[in-house]
Design a protein around this ligand. Structure first.
Ligand SMILES: *Cc1c(COP(=O)(O)O)cnc(C)c1O
Length: 344
């Protein structure tokens, strides 16, 4: 049994055979000079899927979000973020480091901030205070266990933003998971935002890359910002080619990941030490509270690893993520490991 069942993240997905072939055969040019044909096809396809005028291929989701914040803000401004959001917590302080703006974190219910709370926290420039120029949303919400932020909530926050002349950016690293779970097309989420970032490299299984989509003028600025951040790449069609397959062919299978996450959650909920309501598992992420009389989180993860099952320790618990490269047998193995380790 040397096979590893790797539930740490959907970023561990490997490119498919078809992706690998597309890399070998990709038409390439110098993308910084604007003539990589494969990147052009990917950016046009991404813009069309998102219903935006233009799109920009970037090396990572963090860079896509960083460019969006920089494009929509100036110094002496403030950005409303959700308190557990990736942008605020997991991007090495990009907001202050790159854009020199301050984040204003707000509480939420499973990633959905209260629109009235958002309104109360929008500030006007004064001698004391920054102007609020941007609201960042995240869907699905990673640290809320892949929760889908309802379109009605995004719509209400959008109305508040428009009322006050504030821009909206969606960190849609897993927007295709949100769409799959809710039945709302990705373009309907994107239509409520001035810009949206999504990852090709997570559940969609491309090896590298994200896309930022917005209006044409903003993407023009974003292209300059990408270069300034060191993200201008040359014959990058070799990685854009699998990205195009990710975008056009891989979203359909996300429902399988969601079903597997649900099955795993239902099987382990109620085991000693496991705190988990399977109803909170809406997509491909399972956040497990863990408090066991004999085992710490680190000891439990080590026991799982001895059985070939990998998961991640996160704030106050354990995270399992389902994805293309864990199948039903991996889920069975995960369930068996939980039962064996936690049997009384
Ligand atoms: C993964 C992720 C990102 C971007 O991650 P990169 O590793 O920089 O590609 C952004 N937002 C969320 C919610 C994520 O899960």
């Amino acid at each position: 049994m040397n096979r590893i069942s790797d539930f740490r993240s959907d970023t561990v997905t490997r490119p498919t055979e078809k992706m690998r072939r597309s890399m070998a055969e990709a038409a390439v040019g110098d993308d910084v000079l604007g003539d990589d044909p494969t990147v052009q096809v990917l950016e046009a396809a991404a813009a069309a899927v998102m219903g935006k005028e233009a799109a920009l291929y970037v090396p990572s989701g963090t860079m896509g979000n960083s460019i969006a914040v920089k494009a929509w803000t100036r110094e002496l401004e403030e950005v409303i973020v959700e308190e557990k959001s990736h942008i605020y917590n997991m991007e090495s302080t990009q907001m202050t480091f790159i854009s020199r703006v301050t984040p204003r974190p707000l509480r939420s219910t499973r990633g959905a901030m209260d629109p009235d709370d958002v309104r109360r926290n929008i500030r006007k420039a004064s001698v004391h205070t920054p102007r609020t120029s941007l609201i960042c949303l995240e869907n699905t919400h990673n640290s809320w266990g892949g929760a889908v932020v309802p379109i009605s909530n995004i719509k209400a926050i959008r109305e508040v933003a428009v009322e006050h002349g504030v821009k909206v950016h969606i960190d849609g690293a897993r927007i295709f998971n949100a769409s799959r779970a809710s039945g709302v097309p990705v373009r309907e989420y994107a239509a409520l935002a001035d810009s949206i970032q999504f990852c090709l490299s997570k559940g969609l299984s491309a090896p590298i890359g994200s896309v930022l989509a917005a209006d044409r003028e903003t993407i023009g600025l974003a292209r300059r910002l990408r270069k300034a951040l060191g993200g201008g790449m040359r014959q990058v069609g070799v990685i854009a080619a699998p990205g195009l397959i990710a975008l056009t062919e891989m979203a359909d299978r996300l429902g399988e990941d969601h079903a597997r996450a649900k099955r795993l959650a239902e099987a382990i909920a109620g085991l000693p030490g496991v705190f988990l309501d399977p109803a909170t598992v809406e997509t491909n992420i399972i956040l497990i509270g863990f408090d066991h009389p004999r085992l710490t989180v680190a000891q439990f993860l080590a026991e799982l690893e001895r059985r070939g099952v990998l998961a991640l320790a996160v704030f106050g618990g354990i995270r399992f993520v389902t994805h293309k490269d864990v199948d039903d047998a991996d889920v069975d193995r995960g369930i068996a490991a939980f039962r064996e380790i936690l049997k009384d």
